[in-house]
Design a protein around this ligand. Sequence first.
Ligand code: NDP
Length: 433
Amino acid sequence: IKRDPNQPEFQEAAFTVLDTLKPVLEKHPEYVKNNILGSLVEPERAIQFRVPWQDDEGNFHINRGFRVQFNSAIGPYKGGLRLHPSVNLSIVKFLGFEQILKNSLTGLPIGGGKGGSDFNPKGKSDSEIMRFCQSFMTELQKFIGPDLDVPAGDIGVGGREIGYLFGQYKRLNGFQGGILTGKGLQYGGSLARTEATGFGLIYFLNALIKDQKDTLKGKTVKISGAGNVAIYALQKAQENGAKVVTVSDSNGYVYDPNGIDLATVKQIKEVERGRIKEYADKISTAEYHEGSVWDLDINYDIALPCATQNEINEDQAKLMVKDGAKYIAEGANMPSNTDAIAVYKQNDIIYGPAKAANAGGVAVSALEMSQNSERLSWTFDDVDKQLKDIMEDIYQKIADADAEYGLNKDYQAGANIAGFEKVAKAMLAQGLV
Ligand code: NDP
């Protein structure tokens, strides 16, 4: 890991995981002897490619595309594609690394990978998005396959982008349903995939809270983000009787003490593709503020960061403690930096880490792959029920690791250990590869 000093996000993710694995390594010296950790932190393959595309005015642009195929010990590489100007090799490697253990936790046969581009989809027309996606897939298609590597969405990649990516793949290789997940329902997508990460987050949170002899009902919740994960976390939290008082985007946040109105958020973000600021124009009880929602000083019980990595720092974690928050469950990947996590642990905030809490999306993606293989479509209730079972099972695996290794409710360590053990056993069985 030290070979990559210019990859801070990857280093942060990898060192954090390795720190928590010490008890497993003491129990299993064979993992050390066979240098399983050395293999784990080195991607099997990291692909970088040029993505040329033309804007509506005829100007030529060059972006950088990535796909990191991190680990295939337990199944084909699986993980999303991110379109955001911040995307670089460090970010894709951090996400791919986390994905290995997350996918293992789901109990499904999927390895870890991630990809994306530094293309900024904001403000682009539909045709520009389509041309970019077609160009991106023209290169990516050389490296993926239904039993090899199955990408999905992430920040900046939703149903529209998956459609354009799928169309281009099909044009070059013929219809192969299992090549991408998050597809439209008309061409092999799964019901409940759109809702999966947000719903899954709340199923996980419910299992965690129940184990503390507490309930989500009546709790005040802060959510960050207003994208795919945030919207469906909001919906499911409300269905469980919680009051969600914030949502945000990268410019600012809205605070609505009466509780955020789901239909208004969906209208702004999913239909109009607008900014969250517009919520305050439509709902009179809401206030809009520029800046981070984690600087808003109000009393609340539960934090659900659903925007992006490193959105919560040490001071913001301290504010969370002061404001009386008792639980944090991460919808986004690595939203809390290392210092923030230390604050949670020192102050007994119960912490549900991303790789467990947000695994619902990839879990339903794997169920989409199963449906594609079977050439069948399952009902919403069927998929949703399986999602709920998987999230409860993930919580149970973590709680079991917590008990086995005496971790004292350190669910971050529990998730890393439970995810790692399956991958390590598979790697050991397959020899030096
Ligand atoms: P979307 O693109 O749908 O939404 C992202 C949201 O986060 C937007 O509101 C966006 O605001 C905000 N955001 C993005 N970057 C920043 C930033 N630098 N600072 C503040 N806010 C920011 O993405 P998703 O909802 O799909 O993903 C959100 C998080 O969840 C990511 O960390 C992703 O990796 C993770 N995740 C997603 C899964 C999925 O199934 N979609 C599965 C598992 C994890 P703006 O519009 O201003 O950019």
